[in-house]
Structure formats: C-alpha cells, structure tokens
Design a protein around this ligand. Structure first.
Ligand code: AMP
Length: 332
C-alpha cells in the first residue's frame, strides 16, 4: 500500500516562493509516488481574522496557485480544510491531551506573541493541535513542509502518541517532515532578516503571480548594505539571504560569479539584484502563465474542490468513526 502524505498552505493570500520551494515543489513530485492529500488551510487563516470579503478570494487564490504549479486533482486529493468538518472533531479530542505549557513553548507561538501582542488568541495557541488533526485525520506518515514547520511535526507526533497511549492502541502512525532535498528548505525574505512570509509584509515576498515588473521592483528594494569591507569576509544576514535566494533560482555558474565578485570586494549590488530578479522572473514564468487561465475557469475550480472534499471526507470519516469507538462513544 502507498504511504499517505498530507500537507497544506494557509489561505492568507497567494503562494510565495517560500511556499513553493519549501512545500509545493515536493507536492508535485510526491503525487506520483504516494497517496496524497493537499489542502487549503482556511481555518488556520482565521487566527488573523480575514474579512468575509477576503476569505473566499484568498482560498480561491491558493487553489488556483496549487493547480498552476502542477497539482493534479486526478492524482491527489486537493481540498479546502473547512469542507471537512471531521478535522475539527479530531482537533477537539486532541486538545484534551495538549497541555498549556507545551503549547506556550512552541517557537511559532512565541514569535507571534512577540510580533502581535494584541492578538494572542486561543486559536493561535492551539494552532499545532489543529495541524496535528490535519495530518492524523488521514493517518499520514509523510508531511512535505519547510523548515519552519519541523517543531509542529514533532508536536503532531506527541499528540498522536499520547492518544495511542491513552487508549492503549497503536492507532495513529508517526508523521515526519519530508523533503526530496537532504535538508528541509528555508527560503529567506527580501527584508534582510528571517524567512519569506506573508506576515512579514508583501514587500518581503515574491508571489508566484507577481508580474515581472513587480518582481524587479521588489528585488531592487531588497535590503543590502554598503558592500564588503574585507576580502572573503563572512556575509551579513541581509546579503547572505539574497545569495541564498540566488542559490534557489539561479544557475550554479551565476551564483559562483557573484560570490567571487563579493569575495574580491568587486560586487555591484545593482547588477547582482538585476540578475536575481531576472532569474526569479524565469523561475515563476510557467506558473504565472497558467494562473490567469485557471483563475478564470470557475466551473473547473468548482469541480476540483467538490471532488477533493468528497475524497477527503471519505478518508476523514473512516478515521473519526474508529476514533469515536476507541474513545468509547457508543450508539444506544
Ligand atoms: P504557511 O504559508 O505558513 O501556511 O506555510 C505553508 C507551507 O509553506 C509550509 O510547509 C511552510 O513550511 C512552507 N513555507 C512557508 N514559508 C516558507 C519559507 N520562507 N521557506 C520555506 N518554506 C516555507
């Protein structure tokens, strides 16, 4: 039997290069080898309170981007999280064995407390529990995600194992983060610090649907410094981030060329950024072309999402039925 794979992207907007290289690129390859479930995490997106007007458009953007990247609804189950209510039922059960201390210690939670102290809601605290429910509902073993999700995967194993121990059954298998490369990917942003992410602001992200002009403008404004002051010096974070981006989208020769110039203190950031922008334009070209076509085909989108919900619910209902029995719910 094929191993089961689950992964999702929050519907907080459109897919950016971090989502693509951290997660979706692996989705595309995995769909030929595994039993795949790929979803749009719209419940997860509620932690930041999207308006009713924005919510649907954001979900649609992610479905469109998924399809434009090459996810195939015939091979994979592509669904919207909120179409599968069984996930929340499992979330509730798992919450009964998730403890305040461990949830408060999660790095992503601590980051959010720091960055948005006025919005420390319970949904944010229990975000890893919902993510565990997303994975365990299909009894998945492989989860293609970026480096930022490693700790959440560890928590999903903890919650699944705790359930198993409580009911004395080897019910949930252990899910592990997966990437075809030897390490999980972290795509840096353009703001000189940390990862590319929607919550870091639009200027920090290159979206798959960005026009070439938008890409050039954003890259030209990326944070740099006054240039190297010694030969072969270690690169400061902002510069290293741009080199890391180049490593992802450019050829090895291009990367070596600019690396040598940096080491000889002969780099001109203007040229470097121009090259980086052009390589990003090329990398996103095939997706950009398809995004427009797919976004205009509502009948197709409706068909994809309906089929996905049907297949995802079938699997989720099977799990919930068994979980209810294990917990001790019985019909009269
Ligand atoms: P999110 O956008 O937080 O819902 O993340 C969806 C998926 O994209 C997860 O698998 C993340 O690990 C991945 N991801 C998001 N941002 C990045 C990034 N900057 N680098 C690598 N992976 C990322």
């Amino acid at each position: 039997m094929k191993e089961t794979v689950v992964s999702g992207i929050r519907s907080t907007g459109k897919l950016h290069l971090g989502n693509y290289y951290g997660a979706v690129k692996n989705f595309i390859k995995m769909q030929d080898e595994y039993n795949c479930y790929f979803f749009i995490a719209d419940w997860h997106s509620l932690t930041t309170h999207p308006t009713p007007e924005n919510l649907h458009g954001n979900i649609k953007n992610v479905v469109v981007d998924y399809l434009a990247c090459g996810l195939d609804p015939e091979k994979s189950t592509i669904y919207v999280q909120s179409d599968v209510p069984e996930i929340i039922e499992l979330y509730l059960y798992l919450n009964m064995n998730a403890y305040l201390g461990e949830l408060e210690r999660a790095t992503s939670f601590k980051d959010k407390v720091r960055s948005s102290p006025d919005n420390v809601n319970a949904g944010l605290l229990t975000y890893p529990v919902l993510m565990a429910a997303d994975i365990l509902i299909h009894k998945a073993t492989k989860v293609p995600v970026g480096k930022d999700q490693e700790q959440h995967l560890e928590m999903a194993r903890t919650f699944g194992n705790r359930f198993n121990r409580l009911y004395n059954q080897e019910y949930f298998p252990e899910p592990y983060a997966f990437s075809y490369t030897d390490k999980l990917v972290k795509v840096p942003g353009l703001d000189g610090k940390g990862k590319m992410g929607k919550s870091e602001g639009d200027a920090n992200c290159i979206y798959l649907s960005d026009t070439p002009e938008a890409i050039r403008k954003k890259v030209s404004r990326a944070v740099t410094d006054g240039g190297p002051t010694e030969e072969n010096q270690q690169k400061p974070e902002a510069i290293q981030n741009l080199f890391d981006l180049m490593k992802i989208v450019s050829t090895e020769d291009t990367l070596t060329h600019f690396d040598d110039l940096y080491n000889k203190m002969a780099i001109r950031y203007g040229d470097f950024k121009k090259q980086l922008a052009e390589d990003m334009v090329i990398a996103t070209e095939p997706m950009r072309q398809r995004i427009n076509d797919i976004a205009n085909d509502n009948a197709y989108l409706q068909k994809v999402v309906r089929l996905g919900a049907e297949k995802a619910r079938e699997s989720a209902q099977r799990t919930i039925k068994e979980v209810r029995e294990l917990i001790g719910f019985k019909s009269f």
